[in-house]
Design a protein around this ligand. Sequence first.
Ligand SMILES: [Zn+2]
Length: 420
Amino acid sequence: MGRRLAGSAGDRAAGPWGKALLESLGFVNVRLEPVPVKVWERVAESGKVVAPYPQPLALAALGGSVGTPKEGLEAEVVEVESLEALEVLVKASPDACRGKIVFFNRKMDRDGGMNGYGAVVPIRGRGASRAAAAGAVGVLIRSVGTDSNRLPHTGAMGYEAGVPKVPAAAVSIPDADLLSRLIARGKPVRVRFTLDCGDRPDAVSANVVGEVRGRERPDEVVVVSGHLDSWDLGTGAIDDGAGCGIAIEAARLIGASPRRPRRTVRVVLFANEENGLAGGRTYASAHEVELPRHAAAFEADSGAGASTGCSWNAGPDAAAVVAEIARLLEPLKATLVRNGGAGGADVSPLLKFGVPLFGLVQDSSAYFDFHHTANDTLDKVDRKTLDQATAAMAALVYAVADLPEALPLIPEAQRTRRRE
Ligand SMILES: [Zn+2]
């Protein structure tokens, strides 16, 4: 069904496909749970440097952006590194961005940390409104990625109330470098870009759910999940086809084991992670009465790389039990055990209910080369590392679902929502 942005034809086909797959694999209680979603559509886009010399730019509208006028939007470009740098510039020179295109050019590091995805991505989310508040007419950002291909990385953005909505697009990393070099020459650099995109009427998508019944406490649940939707530039094979594959196959292996775990293992293929998180939010509210019986939730949403271990978020008393469970991954050489920061975006709405969250830590050193680009396609998935990650997930989920005593909940003080 190809790309699966919420509300698109591919997304509409994905739910029934997932349901039929889970049924064919022998899961029980297989169902589609409706998820109301906002819909945004990309039709066409193009851009070029106009001055000092004509040069095409590889760019993509950010998800949620308004379109430009049909003839495009042309203005001089002002470069800033970050949201903070924009503030500093505007304070010093209040009209610096008026009538211009603000170009955010913040580099992302492959090694994460201070310049990792989490640090850079707020520019994508909030840059348009921050620039518009300073009088900008449009926004370009350096793609949030680590490759050197001339392929832009899309991703979600949002508008603040009370600020004009200006068109926002990501330029490929080489094009960001080109723009920056031109601007450094000191003469005005003008860009023209055209985005044909925008919001469409709301639609209903679906979370796909299936279960392996627990042998002793079937009403207690361990969720293992991925998200079924994807961005629209590639086919969403690594984000998050791979995660769905890991979740489904881990649960299938558990169901096929000679002795099922004590608790029910529930596969959830979430809708609309990328462009609104409606799938995760709807799951948490639709299942609220049942959440006290959620023993844990896992999500695989880091591509198809080998697992290097696990992360967890539960009551501090869980440390010894988690360490014991994590030892199951030693034969897979996945020995890292990290406390905190666990759980993907879709399971993050469970945090405020204290549901213990787990993450499969994976080698994601190449993940952001392809993430949200036209290059997110099946050839990037290595069967060997995918199998290893699946084995790790199966072992972790089985062990948690089979614990004689449930893990302690996440303490009240640590239930603040993580970045989505
Ligand atoms: Zn994802």
